[in-house]
Structures are given as structure tokens and as C-alpha cells.
Design a protein around this ligand. Sequence first.
Ligand code: HEM
Length: 398
Amino acid sequence: MKEPVRERKAARAGEPDAPRVQRSGRVWQVRSAAAARQLLRERRSTTQAGFTAEAIPKGYLKHHPILMSDGPLHDEQRTKVGRFFAPKVVEAKYLGLMQSCADRLLGDAEASGVVRLDELALLYTVEVTAEAVGLTESPVPAMAKRLVSFFNQPPFDITRPELGRTPRQWAQAAFNGLLPIVRFYARDVRPAIRVRRAQARDDVISHLIAEGYTNADILVECVTYGTAGMVTTREFIAMAAWHLLGNDAVRARYLVAEQAERLAILNEIIRLEPVVGHLYRRVQQPVTFSDQGEEHTAEPGDLIDLCIRPANADPETVGELPLALCPGRPLPRGVNEAVLSFGDGAHKCPGQPLAMLESDVLLRRLLARPVSIVSEPTIEWDDLIAGYALRGFVLRLG
Ligand code: HEM
């Protein structure tokens, strides 16, 4: 028998890829793409339980953060913020910035001969996203450093009470989390708010000010954009470069293709290598979902763990060779090209067009140069986004 093709690089040891739907006590694990989509589209019966949302005190906030709010108010927040991230807006407003930023960073890298792509990608994504959000009053390298320090957290397990942490680990989490947030507020967020309260601009922070958000509300949104937007795109860029540098046929296509085909290649890479590995929802009202004709009902209080890696490789949705890189693979109608890598339903990532265009601009410029791998990255795992972190990816340029 032929060995199945397995081109996924970020496969987490010990993470099962079956059964399709599994219940252990109050926790459901869903690995079927169709069932996962159905659950993510249940707009009113579930609430956000990922990214430690349930453990974050919200009493001091006037507005619920976009990532953690649910219901009609959340729909309204999304509609308003959506105008900053629509594909046409993103291309018209940020393409020039992406190109000049990529040229500058790659030019510097070429001059020194070798570069750590994971570090270059961080500076790039922070600079581009900061412009859309409005975090423009502080130097990018220093802000990037502060953003990654949020991730220095003790491990946790969302499926367990108190996230499975000991009181000591909670104290450590508060200490590790609070200090970077205070620094991020003082050096990046507050100066940006001050400038925009005096004179509004066309960015997310100015919009939040106009909506009556307090400084604390804006800080929380900036942390979301920083982690959900900048850090995720950084990981994806490194992963896409790793695949493209190791796959001559796909790289050759990528370098000559028009934008639509290039984006299809990138969406197929992120389908195979989702940056966010698990999404979580808490059931508020009984919710029935089905897989392969079998119905299941989750009850209020149950936790649903949507396992994105197996769901994105579910042959019922993605067809043959689910763990192979096949750009342009046929997908059922209504399924996103990246399947569930950007979520679905009420919380679906508004930043997908920005993330993909941004990645494309940098990768095209990088791969058009003579470039070779000096050392492949190591794969680390992060609990907060339940995703991979590629580190130490050294390339030779020129
Ligand atoms: C490769 C890069 C990215 C990946 C893999 C990614 C992934 C995701 C996923 C899976 C969600 C859904 C969370 C859930 O359903 O619980 C999400 C939400 C979100 N993302 Fe992204 N994202 C990326 C880039 C961006 C960018 C560039 C921005 C904006 C600058 C952004 C802003 C957001 C926001 C604001 C949310 C919350 C939306 C809501 O809860 O309504 N993301 N992202």
C-alpha cells in the first residue's frame, strides 16, 4: 500500500486526529470540518471561551473587547471595524506601505548576508498592522519586543477548572502578563491615543475614540490586534517561506503567478498549517450539530474544543490527500480557501485579507532573490493561540 502524503510540518506530538466527534465529560472535541463550521456559525447558543476569555476580568471595561464579546453588540462592533479590513481597502491603503517596508527590511538583510526570517517577519508585521490600528507613535522594534513578551506565560489547559493552573502559576501569570501590558500602554497605546484625541485619523484607535471607548477599552483592543494580528501573521510568513523554499514546483508557480493564484497557494499553506490550532466555545443554550448523519447535542455549560488541525485535514471537506499541499484543491461551496484557519461565523477573523496580502508582498520579494536555508526553524508551541512558533529560521540572501 502507498504511504499517505504528509507534508504538514507543524504536527503536534500526542494530538489525536480521530475520532471526528468525541465527548469526555463536559468537554466536546470536534475534528470534523463540517461540524466545526456548524458550531462556529451558531451565533446565539455559544460564547467565546478561547484565549483565556473567561478568566479575564471585564468589570473595569465600558465596552466588551471584540474578541470576547458576543451577540448583537458584537455584530455591530464587527460591522463598524470591518471597513478597515475589507480587501479593497487593505490593498488601496496599505499596499504601498507593505512594499516599502518589505524592500527596506530585505535590503538591510541582503547587506548583512544572513537573516533570521522569524525576526524580520515580526518587525514587518508589527509595522504594517500598527499602521492600520493606529499604533504609530513609538519605534517598531521596541513595540515588537513588548508584544512578544505577552506570550511569556505559564502553561494552561482551557478544559480544566482554573485553567489547570496552581495559585503559584496564577501569581506568575499576573506578574508576567501585567508588566508587559503596563509597558505597552505607557509607551505605545497612550501616546497613540493622545495624538488621536487631539486630531482623529483614519485608523482603528481613532474609530474607537469616536465610539466613546475609554483608554482601558482601547488598550484591550490593541492587545487583541497585537496578538491576533501581528504575531499570528509573523508565524505564518515563516511557515509559508519554509514550505515554498522546500518545494521547487510550488515555488516556481508562486513566482510567476498572478495575485489570485499566489493567494490561493498561501491559503492552501495556511489550511495545511493553521497558526491557531484550537478554538473554544462555551455552550449557553442546547446546541445540536451533526456529523456523517449522526446528531449530537451539547448542553449549557459544556466546553467545545474545535480542533483545527484535524478539521482542516478532514477528507470529507478537503478531499483526497488532506495532508498534502495542493493549491487550488476543490472545496465545497461556501468553505473558505483556508478552511478554518481564520475561524468562521461570528468571530471569523476580519484580518484575513490584510494578513494574506501582507504575507504575499514580503514572500514574493524574498523568494525573487537568491535565497537559501542556513538553518531550519525549530517548532515551539504556544498555549495562548494553541499554535506553533517557528524560531531560529536563518536564511542566506544574495
Ligand atoms: C495569519 C494571520 C492570522 C491568523 C491565522 C488569524 C486567525 C484568527 C482566528 C482563528 C480568529 C477567530 C477566533 C475565534 O473564532 O475564536 C481571529 C480573530 C480575530 N483576528 Fe485574526 N488572524 C490573523 C491575522 C489577523 C490580522 C492581520 C488582524 C488585524 C489586524 C486580525 C484581527 C483579528 C481580530 C480583531 C479578531 C477577533 C474577531 C472577533 O472576535 O470578532 N487577525 N483571527
